[in-house]
Design a protein around this ligand. Structure first.
Ligand code: KG4
Ligand code: ZN
Length: 342
C-alpha cells in the first residue's frame, strides 16, 4: 500500500440501481445507492425507464457520495465505472459520466467488469477484516448471473460453472411473480420462507453435467404444481404461502450447493465465498455456514449492503486495477455482453 492513500470514485449503473462510492485504499468512505421503484408496476426492469432514471440520479448520487465521504472532488485520483455486463442504455450513463468527470478532473478511468466487482466486494475493509486467501471459490448469484468462479488472484478469475438458462435471482423473481409478489420478489420469498416448512413441497431438480446450473425446469415444476393445486383449492397460494416459499427457496439452495460442494471437493479448495444479490438470502447464508462446518470450509459472506448492486464493489475493483496501472482510454465504450475474462 502506498504511503499516500489512494482515493477513487466508483460508479455502478448496470441495471436498476444508480450507485456512487468513495474508497480510500480499501476502506469505503461512502456508498450511495438510489433504487428505481418505477419498475415495480411492470413486474421487471424496463431498460428504457432504467436508463432515464440513471440520467436523473447520477449527478445527485455522486454529489451525495462525495459529501458523505467528507472529501473534496480534487482529492479523487481516478474513476472506476462498470463497463459491463448489463443493460446497455444503463451502462452508457455511468460510463459517460465517469469519462466526463475524469476528463474534467484530469484523472484516469478504470473500466470494471461488474462480475469481478461482486467477487472483490470481499476485499472491502481494513486489516482487521477477515478476507479470503487465494485461490478461493466464489458462488456469484444475482438477478442476471449464476457463476461458480475460481478466483486465483484479484484480477485473475475463471468461471468454471454457469447457468444455461435462468439465473438464481430470476428463479426467485419468477416464482415470486407466480405468487403475485411485486418485482423483485426474491426478498419477499426470503421473508415468508422464514415461517414455512421447507420439506412440505418437493419440486423437480435438474441433473446438470460438470458445474453448470439450470433453473428453468424448477420454474416449470412450480408453475404446474401451483396450477394443479389452485384447481382443487383456489385459496391454496394464500393458505400455504409460507410453506410454498420455504420449499421453493430450499430447492434453489439445494441446486446451488450441490455444485458448490462438488467444486470444492474437485479443486481441493476450502476457502468458499458467496456474492451477488441472492447472497443476501437468509437461507443461503445459513446453508453456507452449515456446509462450512460440515466440510471444514472457511466461509465468506458479504455484508448486506455489498450483496446487491453497489458502487463500493466497483471502487474496490478499481483499487486493484489502479495498483496494476490498468487504466482505460477515453475512447472506451460500455458493453452489454462483456465476457468474464477481460
Ligand atoms: O446483484 P443484484 O443486485 O443485481 C444483479 O446484478 O442482478 O441481484 C438482484 C437479485 C434479484 O433477483 C433479487 O430478487 C435477488 O437478487 N435478491 C434476493 C434477496 N435479495 C435480493 N433473492 C432472494 N432472497 C433475498 N433476500
Ligand atoms: Zn450485480
Amino acid at each position: 500500500m502506498s504511503a499516500k492513500p489512494l482515493i477513487l470514485l466508483g460508479i455502478e449503473s448496470s441495471c436498476d440501481d444508480t450507485s456512487a462510492a468513495i474508497i480510500k485504499d480499501t476502506i469505503i468512505l461512502s456508498n450511495v445507492v438510489a433504487g428505481q421503484d418505477i419498475h415495480t408496476k411492470y413486474g421487471g426492469v424496463v431498460p428504457e425507464l432504467a436508463s432515464r432514471a440513471h440520467q436523473q440520479n447520477i449527478i445527485p448520487v455522486v454529489q451525495q457520495a462525495i459529501a458523505q465521504a467528507g472529501i473534496q472532488k480534487e482529492e479523487i485520483a481516478g474513476v472506476a465505472f462498470t463497463r459491463g455486463p448489463g443493460l446497455l442504455g444503463s451502462l452508457v450513463v455511468g460510463t459517460s459520466f465517469a469519462k466526463a468527470f475524469a476528463l474534467a478532473q484530469d484523472i484516469p478511468i478504470l473500466d470494471v467488469n461488474h462480475m469481478y466487482g461482486h467477487v472483490l466486494a470481499h476485499f472491502i475493509g481494513g486489516e482487521e477484516k477477515k478476507k479470503p486467501d487465494f485461490p478461493f471459490i466464489c458462488l456469484t448469484i444475482s438477478g442476471g448471473h449464476t457463476q461458480l468462479v475460481l478466483v486465483k488472484d484479484y484480477l485473475s478469475m475463471e468461471v468454471v460453472g454457469t447457468t444455461i438458462d435462468d439465473a438464481a435471482g430470476e428463479a426467485f423473481d419468477k416464482t415470486a411473480k407466480l405468487l403475485g409478489f411485486p418485482y423483485p420478489g426474491g426478498p419477499l420469498i426470503d421473508k415468508y420462507a422464514q415461517e414455512g416448512d421447507a420439506s412440505k413441497f418437493v419440486f423437480a431438480k435438474p441433473n446438470m453435467q460438470n458445474y453448470d446450473y439450470s433453473f428453468s425446469g424448477l420454474k416449470t415444476s412450480i408453475l404446474y404444481f401451483l396450477q394443479k393445486q389452485m384447481k382443487v383449492n383456489p385459496a391454496f397460494v394464500e393458505q400455504e404461502m409460507q410453506h410454498i416459499c420455504a420449499s421453493v427457496q430450499q430447492s434453489i439452495i439445494d441446486i446451488l450447493f450441490v455444485k458448490l460442494v462438488k467444486a470444492s471437493n474437485d479443486f481441493g479448495i476450502n476457502q468458499i465465498a458467496i456474492a451477488g444479490g441472492v447472497s443476501a438470502n437468509s437461507g443461503v447464508r445459513k446453508r453456507l455456514q452449515e456446509e462450512g462446518l460440515k466440510h471444514r470450509w472457511d466461509v465468506f459472506i458479504p455484508e448486506f449492503q455489498y450483496c446487491t448492486d453497489n458502487a463500493a464493489m466497483i471502487a474496490i475493483t478499481g483499487y486493484y486495477m489502479y495498483q496494476k496501472g490498468l487504466f482505460a482510454d477515453q475512447s472506451i465504450s460500455a458493453t452489454a455482453r462483456l465476457t468474464f475474462n477481460r
